[in-house]
Design a protein around this ligand. Structure first.
Ligand code: 5AD
Ligand code: SF4
Length: 482
């Protein structure tokens, strides 16, 4: 998007500028010199592969890394094994995410033995954990570059340092209040984009590692957000997903505080923007003002992701969620009254320390009462450093597994019933891609986030089209364009 940065005019004989983003432009120009040398020596441009392993926030960060790599001259590698530079953008929200990184890194180590020129970078949430970096330094010496979540904007500078030094470069910051604007981004989709509106989290839910690895909450300047969306729209984007760990508390840290609802009102005014999504909403901060804006908006999609985590008020308190089961259900009622056709999705954790069968039944009760369109269900994972990790009464694995299976059955049964209610209606879909299994079908996303597959061709990608939903197949539709 910011491909207009002209790296040719940067004088590399002078010292790097102190200000951002100019400093990073300087290092991009420096890396580009290296890429030109590589091309001369090898008769081709170097290839890079950015692997995204986490949430939507993480995916957006990967687009920023890709944007910088592209600016510098790297081309995209088909897969990790054939890349000259592989970068894993890691997640650490659950322990299995960490295990996956070590597993894949082991395999990549073998590939690097065959291709010693390969460089390996690691970044993202997992790198913010000191024990992880210790382990990498000790047992994974072949890694070239390690950085965290707070200094991702410095990627060009860190890359330049590594290209010059031939040594493992590690740069992890504990926290930051800095937000650097106007760096390159390479979008995965031409017609839709994530947009960060805030970083970090101040909630400290007792099971969650995010506040420790993403730092304190800070909001982006609303003018910078609107400017970014205007540029995206000028570049063909019709749908944005506003991203933050807790979008409902947007604006509290600004010099001139504003609410998330006010921000939405401003974004709604942007001509050419057709759809607005956002995530994630914390129930405790979801205001009446926001509900009103959602009810009156023409652009905000009819979908709200509202993580409940547990249906038991006792467990919610131990989780430090700061709402009760009753308050959550009242909130859902209020939202449904204002936006009757809204689709609701959620996150649920089973097996939080001390969870009894009775607590679990409360969770099932919420699922039955709300009737979610879909739910992400997670087995509680102990994250060291969080308050829950040292709580007594950790629930035995077999009990958790049994509850998880029962929850999943309930969630899926309800979701398939809720999905089917749209049968026969005509709805607008944003066409996203060709169907993976049948090349005659295109895949579109409805305002309520359901997918519909229908006959069409690739010229429709990025367009909003009306589709009749003919046949519900569990969690998606087969339809026809009208
Ligand atoms: N164990 C299991 N699930 C977790 N989540 C966050 N931390 C943990 C954990 N320690 C889930 C929550 C959150 C989602 C992104 O991940 O449900 O909403
Ligand atoms: Fe984690 Fe809670 Fe913050 Fe979400 S709101 S990132 S669950 S601490």
């Amino acid at each position: 998007m910011f491909n207009e940065i002209n790296l040719d005019n940067i004088n590399l004989d002078s010292a790097p500028p102190a200000n951002e983003p100019e400093r990073q432009y300087y290092f991009m120009a420096k890396c580009r010199e290296w890429v030109k040398n590589f091309e001369q020596k090898n008769g081709r441009l170097p290839k890079a592969c950015v692997v995204n392993m986490g949430c939507q926030m993480n995916a957006r960060d990967s687009e920023k890394l890709t944007g910088i790599l592209e600016q510098v001259g790297y081309t995209e590698a088909a897969d990790e094994e054939h890349a000259d530079f592989v970068i894993y953008n890691t997640c650490t929200v659950r322990e299995n995410a960490n295990q996956r990184v070590y597993g894949r890194l082991g395999q990549l180590g073998h590939a690097k033995k065959k291709n010693p020129h390969m460089m390996i970078g690691l970044c993202g949430c997992m790198m913010q954990e000191p024990h992880v970096v210790e382990k990498l330094k000790k047992s994974y010496r072949f890694v070239d570059l390690i950085f965290g979540t707070h200094n991702i904007y410095k990627f060009a500078e860190l890359l330049a340092t590594r290209l010059e030094s031939e040594r493992m470069v590690i740069d992890i910051w504990k926290d930051t209040d800095k937000i650097v604007e106007d760096l390159p981004v390479e979008r995965k989709y031409s017609f839709k984009s994530g947009v960060n509106i805030m970083f970090g989290c101040n909630n400290f839910c007792s099971y969650c590692i995010v506040p420790y690895v993403r730092g304190r909450e800070r909001s982006r300047d609303p003018k910078a957000i609107v400017r970014e969306i205007e540029r995206l729209v000028a570049d063909g984007v019709v749908e944005v997903m506003l991203l933050g760990q807790n979008v409902n508390s947007y604006g509290k840290t600004l010099e001139e505080p504003m609410t998330f609802a006010q921000l939405l009102r401003e974004i709604e005014q942007i001509d050419g923007l057709e759809r607005i999504r956002f995530m994630t909403s914390h129930p405790k901060d979801l205001s009446d003002e926001l509900i009103e804006v959602m009810g009156n908006s023409k652009k905000i999609c009819k979908h709200l992701h509202l993580p409940v985590q547990s249906g038991s008020s006792r467990i919610l308190q131990k989780m430090n969620r700061r709402y009760t089961k009753e308050q959550y259900l009242t909130l859902v009622e209020k939202i449904r009254r204002a936006v009757p056709d809204i689709s609701l999705t959620t996150d649920i954790i089973v097996g939080f320390p001390g969870e009894t069968e009775e607590d679990f039944q409360e969770t099932l009760d919420v699922v039955r009462k709300v009737r979610y369109d879909s739910a992400f269900t997670f087995i509680y994972s102990k994250r060291s450093g969080t308050p829950a990790a040292v709580m007594e009464d950790q629930v035995p694995d077999d009990v958790v597994k049994d509850r998880f299976d029962r929850l999943l059955t309930e969630v899926q049964q309800i979701a398939s019933e809720v999905c089917a209610v749209h049968q026969g209606t005509v709805q607008t879909a944003l066409v996203e891609c060709k169907n993976e299994h049948d090349p005659h079908l295109m895949t579109g996303r409805l305002s309520n986030n359901l997918l519909v597959h229908f006959p069409g061709d690739e010229s429709l990608i990025g367009k909003l089209v009306d589709v009749r939903l003919d046949e519900c197949r569990g969690f998606y539709y087969i339809g026809e364009m009208i």
